[in-house]
Write a protein that binds this ligand. Structure first.
Ligand SMILES: CC(C)(COP(=O)(O)OP(=O)(O)OC[C@H]1O[C@@H](n2cnc3c(N)ncnc32)[C@H](O)[C@@H]1OP(=O)(O)O)[C@@H](O)C(=O)NCCC(=O)NCCS
Length: 178
């Protein structure tokens, strides 16, 4: 599937599609169709984050989408630098999600999305003249698919910060050959 996808920066014109982006099932309904708590609130949080985050966003944010041949957005990743002085040369993965239509298929689209966003971080770091960057991902402890994805991409556990596990990956920036 990933071979058929196109990876590109999100644009303002993607906003309507992103406002409908669906990476988790609906919240169940109780009596009188009243919504009950979502069984995986961490997924709902990611979905709400995508639906409300308007590209292109902050100038320094990396906001990427993967689209099928007909232009449907099936994957989204957003990464940005951290302003905190103790996190220089650090990018944080704000969100990475794949559409429900491509979930449960062995992680192919998720992995392609992760490779794309890490590649973009590498390009940006090289353009900034950095020799290395740290990529940080905060994972809800209940989010097994997210933790598995980080492990597949050589993130290592860096403990817990508040309600989240912290996973980090170092990327060495290869200098461009003259
Ligand atoms: C994190 C994510 C990108 C990883 O994608 P992935 O590697 O393709 O993994 P899947 O989502 O297919 O999940 C794998 C497991 O979850 C379960 N699963 C599959 N489809 C699912 C669905 N539609 N809803 C919930 N769980 C599902 C399956 O048990 C699957 O197990 P398997 O590997 O034995 O088949 C993806 O899970 C996702 O988009 N989640 C919602 C957004 C999110 O939580 N992002 C991370 C925080 S920003």
């Amino acid at each position: 599937m990933s071979g058929e996808l196109t990876w590109r920066d999100a644009e303002k014109s993607d906003r309507p599609a992103l406002e409908q982006f669906t990476c988790t099932g609906p919240a169940p309904k109780g009596p009188n169709h009243r919504p009950l708590p979502h069984p995986r609130p961490w997924e709902q949080e990611a979905q709400t984050g995508i639906r409300t985050r308007k590209p292109p966003g902050a100038t320094r944010d990396i906001y990427r989408v993967g689209t099928t041949a007909d232009g449907t957005i099936v994957a989204v990743a957003v990464a940005g630098t951290l302003d905190e002085p103790s996190y220089t040369n650090t990018y944080k993965l704000m969100v990475l999600a794949v559409a429900t239509s491509v979930r449960g298929a062995g992680g192919e689209v998720a992995d392609a999305c992760m490779r794309d966003v890490l590649g973009q971080i590498g390009h940006r770091a090289r353009a900034d003249g950095l020799a290395a960057v740290l990529v940080l991902s905060q994972v809800d402890p209940h989010n097994e698919p997210s933790r598995s994805m980080c492990q597949r991409h050589e993130f290592t556990s860096a403990g817990v910060r508040g309600d989240y596990e912290v996973w980090i990956r170092h990327i060495a920036i290869e200098p461009l050959r003259a």
